[in-house]
Design a protein around this ligand. Structure first.
Ligand code: DGY
Length: 323
């Protein structure tokens, strides 16, 4: 029996290459990724499977990939999938949930604490020798407390729950959340209270956006939502950039209508180095590294490899994306 042929657009650990290589013919592996969309479409013409992170799988790509049966994302997010086009062509989409929940929740707290305690600003002052009363020690560089504050989590999925756990059990925070359905476990274990979005925004000291990007959620945090937030509040986004109207966020931060933001994601990535967000002292900006620890990225690669092989061979459980 001929092995399915696969295209890999990620540098994978040896074990993931072994899992794939045992069952598939690896057509190409490009560490730098495919430079142009045309080049990618050409490479897809005779493959049965594709492993990558954020390549847009849409009708145009599918038309160039007549044999494609499985698109395996090495990420939990799957907003790069045009699910309707994939369904029509019978292409399965897989992703890597579970293995990254705690790692992303840790990163959310890194952003939240950095923004609250002004870690990057103070780090810069110390490194340029500005330790004193007029510099790093000045009262106007004081931060705000995280412990015993109120956190509002928009989207109480697995990562949201991991954030709620840290907030309630580690920092004695009051947890509010929005979600399509109630989350009794989070309510019981972390005292989380479900609230309508506007109420959550008005009551929270820290607002954390942790919801998938869909047609409904795109742009869900704009001028009106930011206007509901307290002037002392901190906004954190480690889910997807297009959930937020970035111009409105820049205005709110510039005019001190909210206190600070911690961002791991942007409307366009990589973010333009001249983006106004990057010039704001009250915005902590990271390069979409929510899941980027060595162990978690390894686990994600193994999961993506198993999803790819399992999807093609039908011989193991795979994590199909929810429809
Ligand atoms: C994902 O896997 O979708 C996250 O964005 C990782 O940071």
């Amino acid at each position: 029996m001929t092995k399915p042929r696969v295209l890999l657009l990620k540098k994978l650990p040896d074990e993931a290459m072994r899992i794939i290589g045992a069952h598939c013919e690896i057509k190409a592996y490009d560490e730098k990724r495919i430079e142009t969309r045309e080049g990618l479409l050409e490479l897809l013409s005779d493959v049965d499977g594709l492993l990558q992170t954020d390549v847009r799988i849409d009708a145009e790509l599918l038309a160039s990939a007549p044999r494609l049966r499985v698109a395996s994302n090495q990420s939990v997010g799957y907003n790069n999938f045009d699910l309707a086009a994939m369904r029509e062509r019978g292409v399965a989409g897989t992703h890597t949930p579970y293995v990254l929940d705690d790692t992303v929740a840790d990163l959310v707290f890194a952003l939240l604490l950095s923004a609250a305690r002004r870690v990057p600003e103070l780090d810069r002052l110390v490194k340029r020798g500005d330790w004193g009363r007029d510099g790093a020690q000045a009262e106007d560089h004081f931060g705000i407390d995280v412990h015993h504050a109120t956190i509002g989590i928009i989207g109480m999925g697995r990562i949201g729950e991991a954030i709620a756990k840290r907030a309630a059990l580690g920092f004695d925070m009051q947890v509010l959340y929005t979600n399509r359905s109630r989350k009794p476990r989070a309510e019981e274990a972390y005292g989380a209270q479900r609230r309508p979005l506007e109420e959550l925004l008005r009551a929270s000291d820290f607002v954390v956006l942790m919801t998938p990007l869909t047609a409904e959620t795109r742009g869900m945090i704009g001028e009106a939502e930011l206007a509901c937030m307290k002037p002392t509040s901190v906004f954190v986004n480690a889910s997807r950039g297009p959930l937020v109207d970035e111009s409105a966020l820049v205005r709110a931060l510039t005019e001190n209508r909210i206190r600070a933001a911690g961002l791991d994601v942007y409307a366009e990535e990589p973010v333009d180095p001249n983006h106004p967000l990057l010039r704001l002292p009250n915005a902590v900006t990271l390069p979409h590294i929510g899941s980027a620890t060595a162990k978690t990225r390894y686990d994600m690669a193994i999961a993506a490899a198993n999803n790819l092989v399992g999807g093609l061979l039908g011989d193991r459980d795979v994590h199909l994306v929810p429809e």
